[in-house]
Design a protein around this ligand. Sequence first.
Ligand code: SF4
Length: 103
Amino acid sequence: MAENTGRSKRIGQYRNPRLRPVESEWEWQLRAACRGTDSAVFFAPTGESRRERRRREIAAKTVCISCPVRVACLKHALAVREPHGVWGGLSETERQALRPASA
Ligand code: SF4
């Protein structure tokens, strides 16, 4: 009997193929430099001051600078209009500025 890995077991649970995750769309996350990093570095807590935000975003962007999947991450955030956090080295405000004026 072949050993069943956790990954194949999870994918096998999706009987409806339309609900099955498309690996090519998320596999870049496996190579993310922020894996294992506290998500609080990337997402603003309630009541964050401007100064705290600036420091937090600099810390997040420092991680992103060397990330091998930065472009894929940014494309994803722009595609899904991710409203919060630092993605692909850009803050939500910076990503908003990249959108067309009518969007
Ligand atoms: S670009 Fe930044 S937020 Fe995106 S995966 Fe890489 S380290 Fe994480």
